[in-house]
Design a binder for this molecule. Structure first.
Ligand code: ZN
Ligand code: ZN
Ligand code: ZN
Length: 292
């Protein structure tokens, strides 16, 4: 399984347009991009690939990175930064199966699958497939399971992608607070590679209107506001799950510049091979293996 991080930023990305904060300036100077969230997962036995979330930055992600267009896609939730790239399916794909959860969201009165189906009804090339949480489906020869996480007020799903041939396991937290339900934690646990939402460092909770939540024994908030994990929360969840390698994704330009490019914060273009015996980093951007 070859995993390429196409988009590792939050909803505005880094650099953020119109922003001249130290972090955005440093990103521009160093040619670092954290575009809106998307992950490309290739089954190297078959050459087929799954795209996790359809980023508004879809076009430049596929121009900038040497990966094939996906054979299927999965959508975790209906926020702009995860769904709006689906408009790119027009005239680019002959057929794009899109997998999404079938549970009705009390907030919207419909499931993620229904929202995608309605919003992109005009695209004949998109076929939406309903998926029940916790029930694995076989997509591109890989086993894909959606698990509910906590991203109020909308439903949102984390994801497990496993290779039945090698036993390689990729887990994604999805956009979530630290308050991930136990049954989902169980399913996400023990991944070779864990991609965790770590939007800001815990220190920034002081500037959030509702502060932080899910404090640890030392009083450090593991949730920023109510929707996302802090860096500390994401690392705590990674430890809870006993992840082998962890990368923090969905990160914001609010990270102070001296912390924004430290390990284990991911940047666009990182690529990992999961072969069932562990994880190796294969892109040439940095010659380090992802830190634990
Ligand atoms: Zn900025
Ligand atoms: Zn979201
Ligand atoms: Zn998001």
């Amino acid at each position: 399984m070859l995993v390429t991080l196409l988009g590792t930023g939050d909803t505005t990305g880094t650099p953020t347009v119109g922003c001249d904060c130290d972090t955005c300036q440093a990103a521009r100077e160093q040619g670092i991009d954290r575009s809106r969230f998307s992950v490309h997962v290739e089954n190297e036995h078959t050459g087929e690939s799954i795209l996790v979330d359809l980023s508004p930055d879809f076009r430049h992600q596929f121009l900038d990175h040497d990966v094939d267009l996906p054979d299927a896609a999965v959508i975790t939730h209906i926020h702009f930064d995860h769904i709006d790239g689906l408009g790119n399916a027009y005239r680019v794909f002959d057929d794009l199966p899109v997998y999404a959860a079938d549970e009705v969201d009390p907030q919207t009165g419909e499931s993620v699958a229904d929202t995608v189906r309605e919003k992109y009804d005009y695209l004949d090339t998109v076929t939406v497939h309903d998926v029940a949480p916790f029930e694995p489906v076989c997509v591109c020869g890989l086993e894909l399971t959606l698990v509910p996480v906590d991203h109020p007020p909308l439903v949102c799903y984390g994801l497990v992608i496993e290779d039945p041939e090698t036993g390689a396991k990729l887990s994604l937290s999805g956009d979530t607070s630290y308050d991930v339900p136990d049954a989902s934690r169980e399913r996400l646990s023990d991944p070779d590679l864990f991609l965790a939402d770590g939007i800001v460092p815990a220190s920034l909770c002081a500037s959030h209107p509702i502060g932080g939540a899910n404090h640890d024994a030392d009083g450090v908030p593991r949730t920023f506001g109510s929707k996302h994990m802090t860096r500390e929360g994401a690392l705590a969840l990674a430890a809870d799950l006993d992840a082998d390698t962890t990368r923090l994704v969905h990160t914001a330009h609010y990270y102070p510049v001296e912390e924004a490019f430290e390990e284990p914060l991911a940047v666009d273009g990182e690529q990992y091979r999961l072969d069932g015996n562990g994880v190796s980093r294969v892109d040439t951007r940095r010659d380090t293996v992802g830190s634990r």
